[in-house]
Design a protein around this ligand. Structure first.
Ligand SMILES: NC(=O)C1=CN([C@@H]2O[C@H](COP(=O)(O)OP(=O)(O)OC[C@H]3O[C@@H](n4cnc5c(N)ncnc54)[C@H](OP(=O)(O)O)[C@@H]3O)[C@@H](O)[C@H]2O)C=CC1
Ligand SMILES: CC(=O)C(=O)O
Ligand SMILES: [Mg+2]
Length: 585
């Protein structure tokens, strides 16, 4: 079937060939206007309106998608409140998927802080009020024995990626129970907006085992189970059943991204499943890759070789341990031994500096390798003065922990101190971009988990980078789905980190950025996916055969087009009709 191919501009610098697909949808009449996957709003042509039986159900004007985008943006700007913008965009997603993704993709710098951190955090906290229409699947602890049946209720068979949470650690906001569903939905929106993963391949899932937040359980609008969190054997059985049911329903190559699980479950489940399922934990592994990429970029500014740096983490949880582990891999790759490398990586948890002989006793297994032979210390300022880090990384959700004094001290001992305030949302950041720059006389090399606006310091405008796993997981998922990668190894994340770091130019660095601008995220994700796929084929991790001869162009064909499909069958689809007509003449 001949397709009408034309070009559409995406973001500031990306342009992909887009094919207008032609096909007769199974749904017609008013149902097609109610289906967000098929709905074209005012952009149904006159012929389509007549053919599909919706003529007269729309106002008579005919618009194209550009006019619809204009209309959406006019509405978007009218709202003064980000939560209102969030609700508006969710309603758009429920109305017209293609329009939603076109708007979000083309305006990613404006839209990401709404559909993702920080606003998604607020939306989760108020999810009962925000909730309009269900999206994805809710599985509860009472569904043990029936998980597969629930997955069968999902109307699409072709699911290739799931983002799942149990809501125990939503951003740095704690246990939000079923209100945490905003996170898998937001993450999967970024799969498509940032990397072009087909939305119908994506499925958000909430595993509701209760919540330990009494406030939420007593919220009259709460959408989840009003019971304390279930743990232990029942919890494990449910997750085990869920993993098996996903494979049975969607196949063994369906990616399962774990998101915002509580610390203990996150590490435990990753270890349990990483070698048996197509899975990764975004908070541990995705965060690791984005942070290591930022660290690699920072070396170009500090001019200190990777293996000569001293790293201090505030936090020794999923994010920090994930980063520290991948950092070990990156540093040892330079040839430096493990023992020396570990001497340069220090962590702090809620009990203070991570040391071997703790008065409080045992250390969790994942922290053990980083524990030092050192007297216990608790005060952050004193620890910073003692450890003298070149790079300080915050991932403890302790808002404002990097004080002016700490930052000034870092600037005293480093020409260019590297400061990562990774905690989300913005209210949990260890310091603001402004404080990082002003307290260090503009010398800080800074990145944050949630976005901060540019800061002008003594005439120089600095753009803080967003050290968020959103630079990794969409491209990583695209690679996994495209190349049929079935085990997501640490080396794939290191390949992703190295690929992301390579995309940072001198121009970016001179603007203060440790990552390419978000406006180029489509290009970034595509490059990253290509690098990961290439690595996967080289290391026998990709099962798609034959290997595409041109991975990049195959990837471009694979990704989602925001162009509307045409629902008018071409004349040459009906040869008998044409023949009958001409023979009558
Ligand atoms: N930018 C990004 O892409 C990402 C950012 N994050 C953010 O990082 C933060 C932490 O997430 P995550 O690591 O998953 O959470 P975890 O709960 O796994 O870890 C939190 C860590 O912080 C420690 N901690 C808590 N309070 C203090 C304190 N007062 N002083 C020192 N340490 C403290 C905890 O100590 P203990 O071990 O003793 O309990 C724990 O080690 C969140 O805000 C999250 O949003 C997470 C993932 C990605
Ligand atoms: C970004 C992210 O995954 C988090 O803050 O949990
Ligand atoms: Mg997360």
């Amino acid at each position: 079937m001949a397709n009408d191919v034309h070009q559409i501009k995406l973001g500031n610098s990306v342009s992909f060939n887009k094919e207008v697909k032609i096909g007769r949808p199974k749904v017609r009449g008013i149902d097609i206007m109610r289906d967000p996957i098929l709905n074209k709003g005012m952009a149904f042509t006159l012929e389509e309106r007549q053919l599909l039986g919706i003529h007269g159900l729309l106002p008579p004007a005919l618009m194209d998608q550009d006019a619809e985008v204009f209309q959406v943006m006019q509405n978007f700007y009218r709202w003064n409140d980000d939560l209102d913008r969030f609700i508006f965009l969710m309603c758009l997603q429920d109305r017209s998927e293609k329009l939603f993704y076109r708007v979000v993709t083309e305006n990613i710098e404006q839209m990401m802080p709404i559909i993702y951190t920080p606003t998604v955090g607020l939306a989760c906290q108020k999810y009962g009020m925000v909730f309009r229409k269900p999206r994805g699947i809710y599985i509860t602890i009472h569904d043990i024995g029936h998980v597969y049946d629930i997955l069968c209720n999902w109307p699409i068979d072709d699911v290739k990626a799931i983002v799942v949470t149990d809501g125990e650690r939503i951003l740095g906001l704690g246990d939000l129970g079923a209100y945490g569903m905003g996170i898998p939905i937001g993450k999967l929106s970024l799969y498509t907006a940032c990397a072009g993963v087909q939305p119908h391949h994506c499925l958000p899932i909430m595993i509701d085992v209760g919540t330990n937040s009494e406030n939420i359980r007593n919220d009259p609008l709460y959408i989840g189970l009003r019971q304390p969190r279930e743990a232990g054997e029942n919890y494990n059985n449910l997750i085990d059943e869920f993993m098996c049911a996903v494979v049975r329903r969607f196949g063994k190559n369906c990616l399962i991204q774990f998101e915002d699980f509580g610390n203990q479950n996150a590490f435990r489940l990753l270890e349990n499943y990483r070698d048996r399922y197509c899975t990764f934990n975004d908070d541990i592994q995705g965060t690791a890759a984005v942070a290591v990429a930022g660290i690699l970029s920072s070396l170009l500014i500090t001019k200190i070789p990777l293996e000569k740096n001293v790293f201090l983490f505030l936090g020794a949880g999923e994010a920090s341990i994930g980063i520290a582990r991948l950092l070990v891999q990156a540093i040892t790759k330079t040839g430096q031994g493990l023992e020396q490398t570990l001497k340069q990586i220090w962590l702090i948890d809620s009990k203070g500096l991570l040391v071997k002989n703790r008065p409080s006793g045992g250390i969790e297994e994942e922290k053990l390798m980083f524990a030092k032979d050192h007297p216990p210390m608790e005060n952050l300022e004193a620890i910073v003065e003692s450890v003298k880090p070149t790079t300080i990384i915050g991932a403890a959700a302790v808002s404002g922990a990097f004080t002016e004094r700490i930052l000034a001290f870092l600037a005293k001992i480093n020409k260019r101190p590297v400061v990562f305030a990774l905690s989300n949302p913005t209210s949990k950041a260890e310091c603001t971009a402004e404080l990082a720059y002003t307290a260090t006389e503009g010398r800080a090399v800074f990145a944050s988990g949630s976005p901060f606006p540019a800061v002008t310091y003594k005439g120089q405008t600095l753009h803080p980078g967003q050290g968020n796993n959103a630079y990794i997981f969409p491209g990583m998922a695209l690679a996994i789905i495209f190349a049929d990668i079935r085990r997501v190894t640490e080396n794939l994340f290191l390949a992703a980190a190295e690929s992301l770091a390579k995309m940072v130019t001198n121009q970016h660095l001179s603007e203060g950025r440790l990552y390419p601008p978000l406006s180029t995220i489509r290009q970034v994700s595509l490059n990253l996916a290509e690098a990961v796929i290439t690595f996967a084929y080289e290391h026998n991790l990709a099962f798609r055969y034959p290997r595409p001869s041109d991975i990049r162009s195959s990837l471009k064909e694979f990704i989602f087009s925001t162009d509307y499909d045409s629902y008018i069958p071409p004349v040459y689809d009906w040869p008998d009709y044409a023949h009958h007509h001409s023979s009558k003449k």
